[in-house]
Write a protein that binds this ligand. Structure first.
Ligand code: PLP
Length: 386
């Protein structure tokens, strides 16, 4: 039944059935570590909360329906979700990763998982020939982030999934930057979707979470096994907050993206800005792909709320930061409040300088995460700081 419902309706209703016992419309938070059993080996489907928890189940059901998937596997952070995926691999397996992925993903691959014998190659996933030439006989996954952080480079999910299928490789898309509202990787052929739920899904900068979504029951089983075995699970309270947050996901993401697009149009020719990167601008080299791939549930192109601008020097950057008021200097993104960050030193601090140089990630680059404030107020704030 839920598959037929539209996004906004699923966001409100899936996983949100009133409590059977009391009728409470807002689902209860099951704050329990363990469950009474009727007899040895006879429980009510719940035995221990690391393995299963009703509030977590509600959240997993809700988010997987929003991604068009059958299974959701929730974790205590985006990084725990990514790590769990790689824990399904064995020594000697090979993974192709976008060269411009989140700094923490890069650090986990290079500094931790490589030591356990998993091999990684980093490629520019804008170019399918680069992906293809990195494929080896032991390649198991291609891990793609699109659009990337903070350069907003786009990978063509559909053509990459075709390449994966041809070579018997699985494709995972880190969909954090678009949210389930703005991009549907499973529908485009990906095997798995990953989110840092800390960002748009949570949406209020008040929790850390991660989730994986798939339609493949074998893959889901092995991920539930890692979830249970490793125990990097979100608390019942965080699951409840996330379940509450997805009710407004569509409203928030649409408003944030509308704000960002209009800001970009107004700022595009500002004399103090050396360059502005946003997939919704015709000047973005992959504008056509963004229009095709990043669609909201009504089929309209949507470009997200992340904007990167270059001011030409560290001095200009620091002057901007000292004057901006409504944008808080902080890591993270996707929340209702606008944030500003310097990826070179902050989110990508752990990425080697040579890699940052190669990607064109410069010290003067400022990343804006646009919130749901009134457009005129945030525009005035940026204009004044510039
Ligand atoms: C694109 C992307 N993926 C993964 C992560 C990691 O998620 P978390 O911070 O929830 O562990 C982040 C965090 O910033 C991110 O931006």
């Amino acid at each position: 039944m839920s598959k037929k419902l539209r996004f906004e309706t699923k966001a409100i209703h899936v996983g949100n059935k009133p409590d059977e016992e009391t009728g409470a419309v807002s689902p209860p938070i099951h704050v329990t570590s363990t469950y009474q059993q009727d007899a040895v080996g006879k429980d009510k489907g719940y035995d221990y909360s690391r393995a299963v928890n009703p509030t977590r189940q509600r959240y997993e059901e809700n988010i997987s329906s929003l991604e068009g998937g059958d299974y959701g596997i929730a974790f205590s952070s985006g990084m725990a979700a990514i790590t769990a995926l790689f824990q399904t691999l064995s020594q000697g397996d090979h993974v192709i990763v976008g060269r411009n992925v989140y700094g923490g993903t890069y650090r986990m691959c290079v500094e931790v998982l490589s030591r356990h014998g998993i091999e990684f190659d980093f490629v520019d996933t804008r170019f399918s020939d680069q992906i293809e030439s990195a494929i080896q006989s032991n390649t198991k996954w291609i891990f793609v982030e699109t659009p990337t952080n903070p350069l907003l480079e786009i990978c063509d999910i559909k053509s990459t999934s075709t390449l994966c299928k041809k070579n018997g490789i699985q494709l995972v898309v880190d969909n954090t930057f678009m949210s389930p509202y703005g991009q549907s990787p499973l529908a485009l052929g990906a095997n798995l979707v990953m989110h840092s739920a800390t960002k748009y899904i949570g949406g209020h900068s008040d929790l850390i979470g991660g989730i994986l979504i798939t339609n493949n029951s074998d893959l889901a089983d092995s991920l539930y096994f890692i979830q249970k075995s490793g125990g990097a699970i979100p608390s019942p309270f965080d699951c409840w907050l996330l379940l509450r947050s997805t009710k407004t996901l569509g409203l928030r993401v649409q408003k944030q993206s509308d704000n960002a697009l209009e800001l970009c149009h107004r700022l595009e020719s500002h004399h103090a800005i050396e360059s502005i990167i946003y997939p919704g601008l015709a000047s973005h080299p992959q504008f056509e792909l963004a229009k095709r791939q990043q669609l909201n549930p009504n089929g309209h192109p949507i470009f997200g709320s992340m904007i990167s601008i270059r001011l030409g020097s560290i001095e200009a950057r620091d002057q901007f930061l000292s004057k901006i008021n409504l944008f808080t200097l902080a890591e993270s993104l996707g929340g209702v409040e606008s944030l500003v960050c310097i990826p070179y030193d902050m989110t990508h601090g752990s990425v080697p300088v040579e890699m940052k140089d190669m990607m064109g990630l410069t010290e003067d680059l400022i990343r804006l995460s646009v919130g749901i404030e009134n457009l005129e107020d945030i525009y005035a704030d940026i204009s004044e700081a510039l």
